[in-house]
Design a protein. Structure first.
Length: 172
């Protein structure tokens, strides 16, 4: 899964079809130990500011958890429930509910990751690194069309602003 995540660019999003294909090809990930490792890796990514990769890992982990729950309810092996889970996600209502639950889950993961980091810093296990953010100049912010996102963003409808802030492509 680390390769799957590391081969994924910061501006790209993996579709559920790609996640389904990956899980079908790597059924060893359909296990509780894999979700535990993924959770720890997600914490590390959040703690280092790589929220996009962490979100992706959590999305995969959330899907794996749901597949395992579905398989348990049907008394099947999780690999036999992968296709039926992703088939159900084709329904817009099911996908909306799944996404809503995922966003709450990811917010909790991010919160917990920062709590763990603070605890580690207090125990002296991790060095506190203070980074000063340098604001970008207007020239550095300009997009390919010459528009400044800082000026354009407030002019967008509230729904689009929310979608961008939540990094939720389904809302876009």
């Amino acid at each position: 899964m680390l390769f799957f995540c590391s081969s994924w660019g910061k501006t790209q999003r993996r579709s559920y079809d790609e996640i389904e294909e990956y899980l079908s090809e790597h059924p060893v990930l359909l296990h509780q130990w894999a979700t535990g490792w993924t959770l720890m890796e997600s914490y590390a990514l959040v703690q280092t500011g790589e929220d996009i990769k962490a979100e992706f890992l959590c999305r995969v982990m959330h899907s794996v958890d749901t597949v395992m729950d579905l398989a348990g309810a049907k008394k099947k092996h999780p690999r036999d429930a992968v296709h039926s889970f992703f088939e159900k996600l084709q329904d817009r209502e099911v996908q909306r509910d799944h996404e809503e639950h995922f966003h709450k889950y990811f917010a909790n993961v991010k919160e917990r990751a920062m709590i763990v980091l603070k605890e580690q810093q207090e125990r002296g296990e991790v060095e506190v690194v203070e980074e000063e953010e340098q604001p970008l100049s207007k020239e550095e912010r300009l997009g390919p069309g010459g528009l400044d996102p800082v000026e354009v963003f407030p002019q967008l409808p509230q729904e689009l602003q929310d979608a961008y802030q939540e990094v939720c492509h389904s809302l876009l």
